[in-house]
Design a protein around this ligand. Sequence first.
Ligand code: GLN
Length: 234
Amino acid sequence: MSASTVRIGLVYPELLGTYGDRGNAVVLVDRLRWRGIDAELVEVAVRTPLPGDLDVYVIGGGEDAAQLAALDELRPQVDRLQAALERDVPVFAVCAGFQLLGSTISLAGRRDPVDGLGLYHGHTAPTGSRWVGEALLEVDLEGVGPVGGFENHGASTTLGPDERPFGRIRHPVGDDRTDGVVRGSLVGTYLHGPVLARNPGLADHVLRRVVGDLGPIDDDLAAELHRVRLDALR
Ligand code: GLN
């Protein structure tokens, strides 16, 4: 590893790894390497300290119990994520990972809400039925465009009035819902896929925060996957 190696952190993949969300970290590493930029995947195992000096923090989804275990592990270390965000370091979180960064979380079958990590203002509560299926979002981030993915969650998140959602749901049609949050270098979404594999523009949006302008790459297959999956939802 050289001093300039970009270190993509994958937080607690044993707990937060449903639906292949680790692929988000793999995609970030690969899209840097394809451009000749040194990058490595740093897996942060449960019960090891969360490094404070990673260049990106990727957090995936997980079942309710695993999610609460991850929350307990992260709580005493939240200052590291907080400091990373203050330095404009990207934190990219999916589903359970996104939920646990908010203000409070209540999950089906558990009476009392628990405090989240408080990195954005948002309350997560059970919806009564699960949201399961393909989703298409309209996203207002430069260079990103529409985002597709797969959602599967039994709770949903209501953002505080000061927060900006990541996207507005366009499919399933008829839902007036937003998805996720964007707050500085924090991006949270409910979408799996892995979402960065299905949406290369979003992956590059995250990477530009780390390395600045990105050169073009030959990623025709990723672009094709993005187009085909979105066309299926339109
Ligand atoms: N346990 C959370 C929910 O169902 C998150 C699920 C997930 O990460 N897929 O709302």
